[in-house]
Design a binder for this molecule. Structure first.
Ligand SMILES: [Zn+2]
Length: 261
């Protein structure tokens, strides 16, 4: 598969914290108002330098993400993920904050894992995928970022590969491109479930946000089954999205990866 799709969307209300690109607009502002560097995916502020350029962040921590998913232990005691995403979530608008493309939508969607309920904050894309599975890197991944009432993060990663076209991506592409600083009203309902795979087996481990501040203690659920988008969609997205928004692989440092089945 070609590493062709280059894009990064953030969907949701970025209320100070999220998975990746939590603080993008303020970071952007900082770059214009001071000589301070801020993180990026390229050059001297690329992921290898986040520990230096983002003082006070956890990017140099021991339990970071992403990782290579390998030697996962089958664990039948892992709880299933119950998706409670509405089939007609209202998408308010799409915004280009200079760092990523963000879709704002109404609140209310959530997942339930065991006794914990996590509200969906936003979702966005990386190209190529950040986590690898047995060393294999998919051309894209969607991260669904959730937070519990107690402030715990759970991120669901859905891998994307080339194949059948995806109605979900067709919808999202309709509103792109958006120029930097521009906000485009959408006010149309969207079924977020259409971006999920049918099988809900997953790999689980505890890691971090994959962008500064790289906060640790994030519960990762990496879906085993990928979804597909067509080659034509790949080509279309390539023209509409920012490029190469991914962090390199981090050390496992003794963590256990479990596999639900
Ligand atoms: Zn992400």
């Amino acid at each position: 598969m070609k590493n062709t799709i280059i894009f990064f969307i953030i969907l949701g209300s970025l209320l100070g914290k999220g998975c990746c690109h939590i603080d993008t607009s303020s970071s952007k502002k900082r770059s214009h108002t001071s000589k301070n560097k801020y993180w990026s995916y390229h050059g001297e502020t690329s992921p290898e330098h986040w520990e230096e350029v983002e003082k006070g962040a956890d990017c140099g921590g021991r339990y970071q993400s992403p990782i290579n998913i390998v030697a996962a232990i089958d664990d039948s005691s892992l709880q299933p993920i119950e998706f409670h995403y509405d089939d007609d979530t209202d998408i308010d608008a799409v915004v280009n904050n200079g760092h990523s493309i963000q879709y704002d939508f109404e609140k209310g969607d959530y997942i339930q894992i065991g006794t914990i309920r996590y509200e969906l904050l936003q979702f966005h894309f990386h190209e190529p995928a950040e986590h690898t599975i047995q060393g294999i890197r998919y051309p894209m991944v969607i991260h669904f970022v959730h937070r519990s009432e107690e402030g715990a993060y759970a991120v669901i990663a859905v891998m994307v590969k080339e194949g059948e076209s995806s109605p979900a991506f067709e919808f999202l592409e309709n509103y792109l491109p958006v120029r930097e600083g521009e906000r485009k009203e959408i006010d149309t309902s969207f079924d977020i479930n259409s971006a999920l795979p049918q099988q809900t087996n997953y790999y689980h481990y505890t890691g971090s946000l994959t962008t500064p501040p790289c906060t640790e203690g994030v519960q990762w659920y990496i879906m085993e089954e990928p979804i597909t988008i067509s080659v034509a969609q790949v080509v279309a997205l390539q023209k509409l999205m920012p490029l190469h928004n991914y962090r390199n692989e981090q050390q496992l440092n003794g963590r256990t990866i479990r596999h639900s089945f």
